[in-house]
Design a protein around this ligand. Structure first.
Ligand SMILES: *Cc1c(COP(=O)(O)O)cnc(C)c1O
Length: 399
């Protein structure tokens, strides 16, 4: 079985883990944590980074440290992983859901701009969402599959309306916005180092940016908000720190970041080319606002009706193919959150097939994926003359 998005651990991971055991540093005290934070800061163009236990924890902590809580509204895309919404909800805040930009699958800046102007009013310096009465506090774009959102426009909107800009860059290590590194674009950005991300710590996350006072405060809150060495705490803190064991893996991973990103890009192009050979199938978008880290790759089918059978048939034939994010407005806990519009996300999510895209994938694995995909679309092409015989171009599969 070719893995979907498996960790690639053939560098210094084992050696650094052995050092954790040999030195007895397995908890959050240990040299790899700081080394990993410095590495994350370097690859994201940040002043500093705070390593945490997960991407979700990072989002919760960043929003909390910015003072976002009950009564607050956070602008966010409906098309995202559930962690973006759960972090907002964990703060006691509410998400204001927006549709995506087709070319990047990220938060649509035009929609956000017009909604902030038309559906809100300024009241003694606070931006009130008229329908709900909630106070808009932050814009939270997501680097979907590593594609940068229109961060330039979001920065301008945030400044114009006095909002925070927080970026869910969970899978975006290696992305940029028009050449500007991701650490320099928002008030706070977060990454995930979960097992299926391009760079993994097994599990883990980070908060990074260019405001060192804010990041010091985040570090303080992440470790119980303790003052001094005794049991004194000056705020409601979290236990969200990363351990030396996780950071040891992360340090080894960052050493190979460039080859990981190179492979992800090649896999993306391979599936883009494959998709061109099949009628009514597209590759994943590149993003139009900068460089994508291409976390996941695959295909977008012309009709949702075929997705289930593609997943079943390809899985039965040894390919782990997965669907992708179901939008937040279709999720039980978030179905009542205010929504601007959702047509783009509603018509996209159930046509997506994520194909095997580990950084360890071989050329022969890619060829296997290609032939099995072509085989599937061949079998499901209509019996009409739209199948081009002998070629690799597969016909109309409308059914
Ligand atoms: C992976 C991911 C997360 C969650 O990160 P965890 O480390 O699994 O908590 C959040 N948002 C997005 C967009 C992700 O892709």
């Amino acid at each position: 079985m070719i893995p979907l998005a498996a960790p690639n651990l053939v560098g210094n991971e084992a050696r650094y883990l052995q050092q954790c055991v040999d030195t007895n540093f397995v908890s959050s005290v240990g040299p790899f944590v700081r080394q990993f934070e410095e590495g994350v800061a370097a690859v994201t163009g940040s002043i500093d980074a705070v390593a945490t236990s997960s991407g979700t924890a990072s989002l919760h902590l960043a929003l909390t440290a910015l003072g976002i809580g009950p009564g607050d509204l956070v602008v966010m895309p409906t098309f995202t992983f559930v962690a973006t919404a759960s972090a907002v909800a964990q703060c006691g805040a509410t998400g204001w859901l927006f549709d995506l930009e087709q070319a990047s699958w990220t938060l649509n800046a035009d929609h956000v701009a017009s909604a902030l102007r038309q559906n809100c009013r300024l009241e003694s310096g606070r931006l009130i969402h008229i329908d709900s009465g909630l106070v808009v506090r932050a814009i939270l774009p997501v680097y979907a599959i590593g594609n940068p959102p229109d961060m330039g426009t979001f920065r301008k909107l945030a400044d114009e309306f006095g909002l925070y800009l927080v970026a869910d860059a969970a899978a975006a290590i290696g992305s940029d916005f028009r050449g500007v590194p991701i650490g320099q674009l928002a008030d706070a950005s977060i990454a995930s180092f979960n097992g299926n991300k391009t760079v993994t710590c097994g599990g883990g996350g980070a908060i990074f940016g260019t405001d060192s006072d804010f990041l010091d405060r985040v570090r303080h809150l992440s470790a119980t908000a303790r003052v001094g060495s005794d049991y004194d705490h000056d705020a409601v803190g979290f236990n969200y720190t990363m351990t030396n064991v996780q950071a040891a893996i992360g340090c080894a991973q960052l050493e190979r970041l460039n080859t990981f990103l190179e492979t992800k890009r090649e896999v993306h192009s391979f599936y883009a080319n494959l998709s061109e050979q099949i009628d009514k199938v597209d590759g994943f978008p590149d993003g139009e606002f900068g460089k994508s880290a291409h976390w996941l790759s695959g295909m977008v089918l012309g009709t949702a009706g075929l997705t289930g059978s593609a997943i079943n048939w390809l899985s039965l034939n040894g390919l782990p193919v997965r669907p992708f994010w179901k939008p937040m407005h279709l999720q039980h806990p978030y179905k009542d959150w205010p929504i601007d519009r959702s047509d783009g996300a509603s018509h996209l999510w159930d046509r997506i097939l994520v194909l095997p895209c580990s950084t360890s994938i071989s050329t022969s694995d890619l060829e296997t994926v290609r032939s099995k995909c072509l085989d599937f679309f061949h079998r499901h092409a209509s019996s009409s003359a739209s199948v081009i015989s002998r070629g690799t171009r597969i016909g109309d599969f409308e059914s």
